[in-house]
Design a binder for this molecule. Structure first.
Ligand SMILES: Nc1ncnc2c1ncn2[C@@H]1O[C@H](COP(=O)(O)OP(=O)(O)O)[C@@H](O)[C@H]1O
Ligand SMILES: [Mg+2]
Length: 267
């Protein structure tokens, strides 16, 4: 009597908390075949969260793992644009099913809306509802890794994810900049405050092979490891403007990402 157990354990709790706890139980049940749920996160926009998420997902796929990629940027989804995916999810059946590309199972709001050019103007509850559908009503099947590409900010979407999903943890993305580090600090502190793990920091658009002072200080203050640096490289601009995933195109970039994932994924 799992549900009864939950209700018993939260006797006297406000109904809104009770709903979250019950939803969390349902999400846990739905995602029980997914071993590691990993968020790629920074409160700052434009630092490369989506680019890094895609390349992490594809690196893990190349390493032989079963991988899913959830675009949790609900109102500005970019994953399908980077990957040139125009397919739509079948909304006639239940549960929803991700769309597979290159062996990676992908879900995004842009696979749900009719016209991808139209702005998605949703208040917080709609964002939370959509995320709930991706976790509760989507059949991800058996996966070794579900990589979750987060939007910037420290509100709706990150909060829902932190509340609903048993995350293995979050990879923080930053760039060699004080402003970027200070926003990534916000996300790191939010992750901690809500009881989840920081798996490490990736410096993107690095100017060399060693992380900048801002990144080193960020990691130190969060007591986290710098997992690695990804240099500023045309190949990422190409993925934006034409398509083509860097870790599929360039062995050096693949090795770089494998190094970043070494502690997390071994092999
Ligand atoms: N290492 C990199 N080198 C060069 N350009 C990059 C790199 N990483 C990301 N970009 C570019 O920066 C822009 C923002 O990246 P994106 O992944 O959309 O960031 P975010 O998801 O954090 O908003 C895109 O145009 C992308 O091509
Ligand atoms: Mg993004």
């Amino acid at each position: 009597m799992a549900d009864g157990g939950v209700v018993e354990s939260v006797k006297g709790m406000h109904p809104s908390f009770l709903n979250v706890i019950k939803q969390k139980e349902r999400v846990r049940e739905r995602l029980k075949g997914v071993k590691n749920k990993i968020g790629v996160y920074s409160a700052k926009g434009g630092v490369g969260k989506t680019s890094i998420s895609i390349n992490i997902a594809y690196t893990l796929m190349r390493m032989g793992f079963r991988v899913g990629l959830l675009d949790a940027d609900i109102d500005c989804p970019n994953v399908t644009t980077f990957l040139n995916i125009s397919d739509k999810m079948d909304l006639s059946g239940f549960p929803l099913r991700p769309i597979e590309k290159d062996g990676v199972r992908i879900a995004s709001t842009s696979m749900i809306v009719d016209d991808n050019k139209r702005p998605i103007i949703w208040r917080g509850p709609m964002i939370a509802k959509m995320l709930g559908d991706f976790f509760e009503n989507t059949d991800w099947g058996e996966l070794d890794y579900l990589i979750i590409d987060l939007p910037p900010g420290t509100s709706d979407s990150p909060l829902s994810i932190l509340q609903l999903v048993d995350m293995r943890g979050f990879i923080l993305v930053t760039t060699p900049s004080r402003v970027s580090a200070s926003d990534s600090m916000r996300s790191g502190l939010m992750v901690r405050r809500l009881g989840a793990a920081i798996l490490g920091v990736v410096e993107n658009m690095s100017e060399g092979d060693v992380p900048s002072r801002a990144t080193v200080e960020l990691a130190k203050e969060l007591d986290a490891k710098v997992l690695g640096c990804v240099g500023f490289d045309r190949i990422f601009k190409d993925m934006d403007n034409i398509g083509g995933v860097p870790v599929l195109r360039d062995e050096r970039v693949y090795e770089r990402f494998r190094g970043i994932l070494e502690d997390l994924a071994g092999r």
